[in-house]
Every structure is written in C-alpha cells, then in structure tokens.
Design a binder for this molecule. Sequence first.
Ligand code: AP5
Length: 232
Amino acid sequence: MLGAPGVGKGTQAELLNRRMRACHLSTGDVFRAAGRRPDCNQSPAMKEALGYMRRGELVPDSTVWEMVRERSSCLHCRGGFILDGFPRTLRQAESLRELMDHEALQLTAVVNYTLPFSEIVERLGGRRTCDQCKAVYHVTERPPKVEGKCDHCGGRLLLREDDRPESIKVRLEAYERSTAPLIEFYKDLGLLIEVAAKGSPDDIFESTFTLLEARRVREVARKVFVAQEDRQ
Ligand code: AP5
C-alpha cells in the first residue's frame, strides 16, 4: 500500500485483511510494538529508530530492512500478504524486489491512495489510538461510543506522538521527498492501482477490492492463456 501518512492505509489494511485473511505487515506497527518493550530489551538500532519515528523522519533503510527480513515468512502466508508502510524509499523497493525474486514471488498490485494534503492533516490531527489494543479512531469521522474510551477494550484513546503538528510537517516532507517517487517506480512495472481515499472507509474498501479482484481475474486468464500457448 502506498500513500501519504494519514491517508487511511492502516484502516484499509484492516478491512482488506478481514476479507482476504492475508498477513498484514505494517512497519510502523512493528516499530511501535518495539517501543513498548522495556528499555533493556531494545537494541541500539531500535532505540535510534524510535527517535527518528518520534521526530517524523524515516528510519534508516538498513534498520527497516533487517526488521522486514526477520518477518519474511509473512510472504508465504496462505491468504497472501499486505505490506503497509513498506517500501518507503527506492532502496527499500529494490531490496524487496530482490527478496521476492529469491522467494519466486510477485506482487499482485500496488494500491496508491490519494487525498489532498489539507484533508490528510485533518485526519492525522483527529486520530486517536487505544493505548491497550491499538484500535484506531477519529474524533469526528470514527468516534468511539464513549469519548476517550476504546469500544473494544475500554483502553484510553491517545494522540500518537508523531501526530503532533511539528512531526506531521516532517512526515509529509519525507513522504514527498522519499516515498512519492515509488508511484512512478511501480507504474513502470505495471502494478499501480490508483484509489481516491475520499468517502467512507467502507466505500474506499469496496473500490479497492473491486479493482484488486479485476486484476486477479485478468492475471488468472493470462496464466491460462500462456499455459495453452505452451501446450500447442
Ligand atoms: P506508519 O505507522 O507507517 O505511519 P504512516 O505511513 O505515517 O501512516 P499512518 O499510520 O500515520 O496513517 P495511515 O495511512 O495508516 O492512516 P490511518 O488508517 O491510521 O509509520 C510511522 C513512522 O514509522 C514513520 O514516520 C517512520 O518514522 C517509521 N517507518 C515506518 N515504516 C518505515 C519505512 N518503511 N521506512 C522508514 N521509516 C519507516 O487513518 C488516519 C486517520 O484517519 C484515523 O484517525 C482514521 O480513523 C481516519 N480515517 C481513515 N480512513 C478515513 C476515511 N475514509 N474518512 C475519514 N477518516 C478516515
């Protein structure tokens, strides 16, 4: 999944996951989970990574890559896999391509979610995350039943550290500089699907799923055609 911070990638990954039973690998979630470990259980590289994250900067490619490789079994999940927040630089995309070639796998599609920056800033500023189960809400768009309390576990709803205005600015700049070039990269590989991230999460999910299904059917048809050609 591609798209600026706050465009709704995590929300869509959760919905897709429910339908497809795929493995969801979010590099941001992995870093946040590492940040909750006791200090003595954090490697120096992880401590450094958490500092980058708090400021809204990208974590160095080498640290991200190490973490992704540790989880490469996700790529063989029966329901497939969803990469959310990775790759985020051209170098990460190249490393992913090498790993997938090595594992004899291919990406089915790269979904790029788009939304004007003003609406993205509004989504990030209004996001609240449960301090227990990590469920995501929005103060006006996806409010909890009881203000400040998680519907699922009753945990407290907090503003993410990197959703403060000064970090949001840095994150959007990092996106423009390092991640946006991936749109052309995946377009050139014929993998890009563009989805406008406007409307309700359910509507956006239906558009995404329809486009993914169409691509999957085309891919199956292509493979059948190639197999028939080979037999003749
Ligand atoms: P990460 O956790 O990946 O953050 P992000 O990309 O900035 O994305 P977000 O989680 O902020 O937003 P989202 O698009 O998932 O939106 P969401 O669904 O929550 O990364 C965090 C940090 O980790 C990075 O800054 C970096 O430091 C580091 N990092 C991670 N991966 C890295 C990598 N590969 N390389 C280097 N560094 C890396 O939605 C946002 C809000 O909008 C929510 O409140 C939601 O309820 C609401 N919302 C969602 N959809 C809708 C809708 N349709 N209508 C109205 N509201 C909506």
